[in-house]
Design a binder for this molecule. Structure first.
Ligand code: FAD
Length: 386
């Protein structure tokens, strides 16, 4: 990996300080109370973290993907829920910056960069998660607006956010289905959209994940991304390529937090007259944990650098997401074993890492789906023409 520039170094050390001083001391208690981190979100706005991937021209930081991943690692090391406030918001920014009309970019991106407008992505439905083309929410043109009807499930930031990316069918009869799918930006305010339920989750708490209902909800026609119907699926899928790296970096952050807690504890906890860190059994665990963490980091940086060169990185991003998220789950469990009973106690943060880790295995495209993406790309790359 290339050495960090002065700018990268500055922003990462600023975020690291914020996480150490402001986030880590309060994360577990707030998470146990499922309390929304209003003050931390305010500080993240002040630090410009809502505009990390927004082009400078529209008021953002326009950071490269590697720096972006490093920041997500740091925040997730402190608290995965806090990274969730930024995660899908960043996907929305990516899609608008990549596919929005000039007018849409000027209208939305500067406000998204400051966090004054913030939100996430409304894709999943009860019958459309991995199989996203099976979604049934419709957007029907009526004069200079579209009427949205349907329901969305698992929408992070839906209660506290105000601006969202929505995927819906403008032509429900289209075959293949993706040709009839369009993406919109919508803002809360008009009647017809309700946040009906906050889902009670195992982890990834404090940040809200909700169910939404649309009943003839009006969205201005000028909010159709790119201004042409039928391109929504491709636009969203391109945004999700970047999301895989952001989710991978979140996994790396969880794994690092769990490892750092475990290696500290192993040197302090004495059994049979010596610190458990002196037993080979524990040393083997620490060695495996650290090796998997380092491998995750290198996979993420390698995919990020490819993306920054303007190349497609589906294969590499898929590998990074798969490996880093599985590492998060494994390392969190190993850390729990190293802490013994204390690993199972809410007095220590490891139980939180253990509950948070499965989200990165499932979110951003399940790891079963990542394996399919990886295999599809490998078969293309190694096509046997014989
Ligand atoms: C906490 C949380 C937050 C979320 N936030 C958002 C959000 O902000 N916005 C949003 O739109 N969505 C969000 N999601 C939804 C998430 O993207 C979906 O849950 C995920 O894509 C999986 O879809 P599903 O739950 O419908 O599972 P399913 O698609 O029903 O999958 C069930 C199982 O079958 C496997 N499977 C499915 N198809 C195949 C196949 N072809 N081959 C092999 N295995 C397969 C899956 O890997 C999985 O193991 C969130 C989810 C969670 C848990």
């Amino acid at each position: 990996m290339q050495a960090l520039t002065e700018e990268q170094d500055l922003i990462i050390s600023t975020v690291r300080r914020f996480v150490d001083k402001e986030v880590m001391p309060v994360a577990s208690e707030m998470e146990h109370r499922n309390e929304y981190p209003h003050d931390l979100v305010r500080q993240m706005k002040e630090m410009g973290l809502f505009g990390l991937n927004v082009p400078e021209k529209y008021g953002g930081a326009e950071l490269n993907t590697t720096t972006f991943a490093m920041i997500f690692e740091e925040i997730s090391r402190g608290w995965l829920g806090l990274a969730g406030v930024l995660g899908t918001h960043s996907v929305m920014c990516d899609v608008i910056a990549g596919f929005g009309t000039e007018e849409q970019k000027r209208r939305f991106l500067p406000h998204l960069a400051t966090g004054e407008k913030r939100g996430g992505i409304c894709l999943t439905e009860s019958n459309a998660g991995t199989d996203l083309q099976n979604l049934s929410t419709t957007a029907t043109r009526e004069g200079d607006l579209y009427r949205i009807n349907g329901s969305k499930l698992w929408i992070t930031n839906a209660r506290h956010g105000n601006t969202f990316l929505l995927l819906a069918k403008t032509d429900p009869q289209a075959k293949p289905a993706h040709r009839g799918m369009s993406a919109f930006i919508f803002e809360k305010g008009a009647p017809g959209m309700t946040v009906s339920r906050d889902i009670d989750k195992l982890g990834y708490k404090s940040v809200e994940t909700c169910e939404l209902h649309f009943d003839n909800f009006p969205v201005p026609a000028e909010n159709l991304i790119g201004g042409v119907e039928g391109h929504g699926f491709k636009q969203v899928m391109t945004g999700l390529e970047a999301e895989r790296l952001n989710v991978a970096a979140r996994g790396l952050g969880i794994a690092r937090a769990a490892f750092e807690e475990a290696i500290r504890y192993a040197q302090r906890r004495v059994t049979f007259g010596k610190p458990i860190a002196e037993y080979q059994t524990i040393q083997n665990k620490l060695a495996d944990m650290a090796t998997h963490i380092e491998a995750s980091r290198l996979l993420i940086y390698s995919a990020a650098e490819k993306r920054d060169r303007g190349e497609r990185c589906d294969l590499e991003a898929g590998m990074a997401k798969l490996f880093a998220s599985e590492t998060a789950a494994e390392v969190a469990f190993e850390a729990m074993r190293i802490l013994g009973g204390n690993g199972y106690s809410k007095d220590f943060p490891v139980e939180r890492y253990y509950r948070d880790a499965p989200l990165v295995v499932i979110g951003g495209g399940t790891n079963e789906l990542q394996r399919l993406i990886i295999a599809r790309n490998l078969l293309k790359k190694y096509k046997d023409n014989g």
